[in-house]
Design a binder for this molecule. Structure first.
Ligand SMILES: [Mg+2]
Length: 266
């Protein structure tokens, strides 16, 4: 039963907001959960912002969040590299938020020639030169990882290419698959959440708009899930949801959008 869950893990893009606009009912749904003493966390594969930047963005939209409430792929990348490649220079294809998380973990960013690690994330200013540098670092044998592999993400005018699209270009260019993809549905993200929150999988429910990341993560991580038909899923057919469900199992709940979450408690 959804009412018995202790923690709600909300995806952000397409679930809580699209770019800088909150999806209707988001503030009310989160307020409702907090009044019921539920823990609310935000869980995103989008690596463009650091946790601090996400807190500021959510606060601007009227949603209170502390850095400890945010689990994003840039933070996970910093934690992962700190543990596994702490002394190695990193070449990053990514935005300010990723670099901020890496620096906060005292990791060293370097140019592609000296890189022992190359990390790929969503970079909305990516160009041929950056792709070339990443291809060269990976071809030189650097450890090659990606914050996430989302093919696209919802933006105001429709879908926009995600980190996965950039990753594909680099993988093609160097003729090598990356060594690890960190974000949802990877178990590394689950382990980070469970370690930091002390929750158990059956106490959590994931709310998200993406079958291949949010709902698949819930299936693999043994958590319940709510699929919202906004953002990524707004345009997909019932058949696509049925195809996914046949392969991986159904989302626990399907609702039109976050504004309907409260009705699941009735
Ligand atoms: Mg999403």
């Amino acid at each position: 039963m959804i009412g018995e869950k202790k923690a709600f893990l909300f995806d952000l893009d397409g679930t809580v907001y699209v770019e800088n606009s909150l999806i209707r009912g988001a503030r009310e749904a989160i307020g409702f959960l907090k009044r019921k003493n539920k823990k609310v966390f935000f869980l995103t594969n989008n690596g463009t912002n650091s946790r601090r930047m996400y807190c500021r963005k959510l606060r601007r939209m009227g949603l209170m969040a502390k850095t400890g409430d945010i689990f994003n792929s840039a933070y996970l990348a910093a934690r992962y590299l700190k543990k596994n490649h702490p002394k190695e220079g990193i070449f990053a294809v990514g935005e300010k938020g990723l670099k901020q998380e890496l620096r906060m973990a005292n990791l060293e960013l370097t140019d592609y020639r000296n890189a022992k690690v190359v990390i790929v994330s969503l970079d909305r200013k990516v160009n041929y030169e950056k792709l070339t540098m990443a291809v060269r670092a990976a071809s030189n044998g650097a450890f090659f990882l990606a914050t996430n592999n989302d093919t696209c993400y919802p933006s105001v005018g429709g879908p926009a290419p995600g980190a996965g699209a950039i990753l594909s270009a680099i993988e093609k260019g160097c003729g090598r698959k990356c060594d690890v993809v960190l974000g949802k549905p990877n178990f590394l993200m689950r382990d980070l959440i469970l370690e930091e929150t002390k929750l158990k999988p059956d106490e959590c429910i994931i709310v998200g708009d993406n079958l291949d990341t949010d709902i698949l993560a819930a299936k693999k991580w043994k958590m319940q899930s709510v699929l919202v038909r906004t953002g990524r899923t707004e345009r997909i057919s019932k058949k696509e949801i049925a195809d996914f469900s046949r392969k991986h199992g159904e989302p626990t709940y399907v609702i039109e959008g976050i504004w309907e979450l409260k009705s699941l408690f009735e």
